[in-house]
Ligand binder design. Structure first.
Ligand SMILES: Nc1ncnc2c1ncn2[C@@H]1O[C@H](COP(=O)(O)OP(=O)(O)OP(=O)(O)O)[C@@H](O)[C@H]1O
Length: 812
């Protein structure tokens, strides 16, 4: 078991004195580490200031270099600032033989390599001697993975608890009893045989009141988690397991680990993190910066395409139809459908001469343009050019001109190109269009849909029909992305971009002219144009993440997808395009799928990544290679850190009774007394709104009071998860105190003490307390959603129901 610091003869008599001495001694090391952090931060800030002071002068190349340095120093500063909190959290004592074998060099803190301090980042002193070992360093693996059965050279693991640069306590685990004598300070506590590493620190982390933001787990990563965090970044890795097993936490730490182990590659390409909702992304946004990493772009699928807003809502059944793989073919056909060969010759009048657009010529032009391999809008140019050449020949013959020289041909071509007939007829054969325009046409024209998507049933097609001008929905976004690939930029878009650039330059020139005049700059040596060029060149300093986010065609070095069981084939295709290397961390739990028919395997979910259709892995070890070109590995986590055992067991019973049992049953690390209460209201479904409102307010107010008592006044977070969230939210607001507790600064529900949401919105989140409304209603449409809703609390679940209770939940 864990104890605080090893007892020796003196400490038997004065254990408190011994504890204080240990704390004091660790404080000296922690002071040294923060001193080093401060020194490095000050140096980076000075370098940034010096770089910026160099101004916008110099050659194009030197301005580019200056910008690159500025971005580098800014990121370095953010990284160093990010690791301030709990900079050092662990110490490893290594047996002398292992230390010698590792050949570790000595430093003021390492005791000839026999002692290492583990922290959020690696720090060395000015003489390049180790002060803090980065938690991702190979040597630090023993801190997370060593057990009594496999000590990995570790004699003792120490967790150091700090707050705001002060050491508050230490917690020791003895790993290798046999090696203890070899250590300078002799004896230690009994060996660790509980299977959890740093149990005290772990339980403390889990018991702390939630504050609406996920914290990192770097100080308490467990062995099974660490093996996933540090597994190589190649291929597709599925991290699965029941609720609260740390899948999200592990995936985020894996990103930080990959930045460490493959920094050169990922610093150039960045990492994309895809989450189920903006709220979820806000929930996890602190984790990577707290590990010193900033090169991550996070997005929902709805926000995947820069500049596109998908604010429309539609039934889940419609979104499901849009997610199917068949759309790849349908959209391809829709684009080819814009390339038409007329049934008969079309007359074209050019300055009084009538030419004929021949179907055979159009056929040839179409096939040449398609052979160019360019997307539709870009292939239009070779298509038009080839037809214009044919029409030019016709015109020359009809007007008896010699069109053998380039200038004459160019004149004729221009006359044809600008004639109304030619424009109309050529457009009809090869219509330029935008992704949103084409999709709008598809939804608005059932006849078109029937022709292009014959595999859909008539009823399904009917469900897709939507009038022109309607808002795009999140499920439209992967289709739009696919269409971007098939269509390429439209002439309109290209022209718009050129116009914008021209306007921006005009503004810059005007601004520069004013500046020259106002400040009497230049002395005749600098023109407004020159100054405008410099301002444009020196532009804003964009970080990699900012550049990547704004560029739809950016390819990332690694992609993490959370709640991945929800993504359909079209979404995976969009993500596959963003990572041709197919380096993916796929996080999810098939049992938490929203809807009735969850996919049966990850192979089925991930077909679009080229992993083949077969799963080749088993439960925990679960490594294997699927048939297909992209290697697929599956790992499963088995310990729930979030939800008390009583609640977890109830959730398992309920979904099992609904015919959707957990894919991986999990073991909770703790249980709490009185953590589950279930109430079926008298009056049942016949209860009127007023009585229901009252009962709900009473329940939520009681939970607020209970949490005040358990965590301190106002501390902790409560979620009310209801199938009728908006209506229940307004009922709760009738109580002034609850309305105040529901206030969400900046619209961020995670900042409110009481958040009301539907079950889908609660995916991936966690709260101290959950008040769950009408679980049977949720379970009826989606057992997975009920599983999610029941497993969000860290302390307590209160069920309040008007409808009958689902099997497995009995009134308490
Ligand atoms: N090793 C650990 N040390 C401390 N806390 C941990 C550890 N592992 C997980 N946790 C905590 O457990 C909680 C659940 O983790 P996380 O959200 O990553 O689980 P999950 O498997 O993604 O859950 P779900 O599938 O329910 O969304 C979080 O508060 C996380 O910080």
């Amino acid at each position: 078991m864990n104890q605080t610091t090893p007892p020796d003869a003196a400490s038997q008599a004065h254990p408190e004195g011994r504890r204080l001495r240990e704390i004091e001694s660790e404080q000296r090391v922690v002071d040294l580490a923060y001193g080093e952090l401060d020194r490095q931060l000050a140096r980076a800030r000075r370098s940034l200031a010096a770089t910026e002071a160099r101004g916008a002068d110099g050659t194009h190349q030197s301005r580019g270099e200056r910008d690159a340095y500025a971005v580098h120093y800014s990121s370095l500063i953010s990284s160093l600032e990010g690791v301030e909190d709990r900079l050092v959290f662990g110490r490893m004592d290594i047996n002398p033989e292992s230390a010698k074998a590792m050949g570790a060099s000595s430093s003021p803190v390492t005791d000839s390599g026999r002692r290492h301090y583990v922290g959020r980042t690696g720090l060395q002193d000015e003489r390049h001697r180790e002060v803090v070992l980065d938690w991702r360093a190979p040597l630090a693996r023993a801190f997370y993975q060593a057990t009594a059965a496999n000590p990995m050279g570790l004699v003792r693991r120490r967790h150091i608890e700090t707050r705001a640069r002060r050491v508050l306590g230490v917690e020791d685990e003895l790993i290798d009893v046999g090696a203890l004598d070899a250590l300078a300070d002799g004896r230690g506590p009994a060996g660790a045989d509980h299977g959890l590493q740093g149990e005290g620190a772990l339980i403390a982390a889990m018991s702390a009141a939630r504050d609406g933001r996920m914290g990192d787990i770097v100080a308490t990563i467990q062995g099974e988690q660490d093996r996933i965090v540090t597994s190589p970044g190649t291929g597709v890795l599925v991290v699965q397991g029941g609720p609260g097993t740390g899948k999200t936490a592990v995936a985020l730490h894996r990103v930080a680990y990959l930045f460490y182990s493959e920094r050169a590659r990922l610093e150039r390409s960045g990492v994309l993190l895809v989450g189920p909702s903006r709220t979820f992304l806000r929930y996890v946004e602190q984790v990577l910066p707290s590990l010193g990493e900033t090169g991550v772009v996070s997005t929902t699928l709805a926000d995947l395409v820069p500049g596109l807003r998908a604010r429309g809502v539609e039934p889940a059944a419609v979104a499901e139809i849009k997610s199917r793989a068949l759309w790849a073919g349908v959209l391809e056909r829709a684009v080819r459908d814009l390339q038409r060969i007329p049934d008969s010759p079309r007359p074209i009048e050019v300055q009084g001469t009538v030419l004929s657009l021949e179907p055979d010529d159009v056929r040839e032009a179409v096939s040449r343009a398609r052979r160019s391999g360019k997307p539709h809008n870009l292939a239009r140019e070779p298509f038009v050019l080839w037809l214009l050449e044919r029409l030019t020949d016709q015109y020359a013959a009809a007007t008896r001109q010699d069109a053998s020289d380039a200038d004459t041909r160019a004149w004729i071509r221009e006359d044809i190109r600008t004639s109304r007939d030619a424009r109309r007829e050529i457009n009809l054969c090869w219509m330029p269009t935008t992704p949103a325009g084409l999709l709008e046409r598809l939804w608005a024209r059932p006849d078109l849909l029937e022709r292009l998507a014959p595999d859909l049933g008539a009823q399904e097609r009917q469900m897709l029909v939507r009038g022109p001008g309607a808002e795009l929905t999140p499920a439209d976004v992967p289709l739009i992305d696919e269409l971007h690939e098939l269509l390429g930029p439209s002439e309109d878009a290209q022209a718009r971009r050129a116009r914008l650039e021209a306007r921006r330059r005009e503004e810059l020139v005007a601004y520069a002219a004013q500046a020259i005049e106002a400040q009497d700059l230049g002395g005749g040596m600098v023109s407004a144009e020159m100054l405008a060029d410099r301002v444009a060149d020196s532009g804003p300093h964009l970080t990699l993440a900012e550049r990547a986010r704004a560029d739809r065609t950016w390819t990332y070095g690694h992609v993490v997808v959370d709640e991945a069981q929800e993504l359909g084939a079209m979404a995976w295709r969009a993500l596959a395009r963003r990572c041709p290397l197919r380096s993916f961390t796929v996080v999810g739990d098939l049992a938490q799928y929203s809807g009735r028919s969850a996919p049966s395997s990850w192979g089925e979910v991930l077909t679009a990544l080229g992993t083949g259709g077969r799963r080749a892995a088993s439960r925990s070890a679960g490594r294997g290679r699927a048939q297909g070109s992209t290697p697929l590995r599956e790992e499963a986590l088995s310990v729930c850190y979030r939800t008390p055992a009583t609640i977890m067991e109830a959730a398992d019973r309920v979904v099992t009774a609904l015919g959707a049992p957990p894919v991986f049953p999990v073991r909770s690390v703790r249980d709490l007394p009185d953590c589950l209460s279930v109430e079926r209201l008298e009056g049942g479904e016949g209860l009127d709104e007023q009585d229901w409102g009252q009962a709900l307010r009473r329940a939520v107010a009681a939970e607020c009071a209970g949490l005040d008592e358990a965590a301190g006044p106002g501390a902790g977070r409560i979620a009310v998860i209801s199938p009728q969230a908006p209506r229940d939210a307004s009922l709760l607001r009738a109580d002034e105190a609850l309305a105040a507790a529901m206030e969400a600064p900046g619209g961020d529900v995670l900042r409110s003490r009481v958040a009301v949401m539907g079950p889908v919105m609660s995916k991936g989140l966690e709260f101290d307390v959950v008040v769950l409304v009408d679980p049977a209603v949720i379970g009826e449409t989606s057992p997975g959603d009920l599983y999610v809703a029941m497993t969000r609390p860290t302390r307590r679940l209160r069920v309040i129901s008007r409808a009958g209770l689902p099997t497995g939940l009995d009134p308490s």
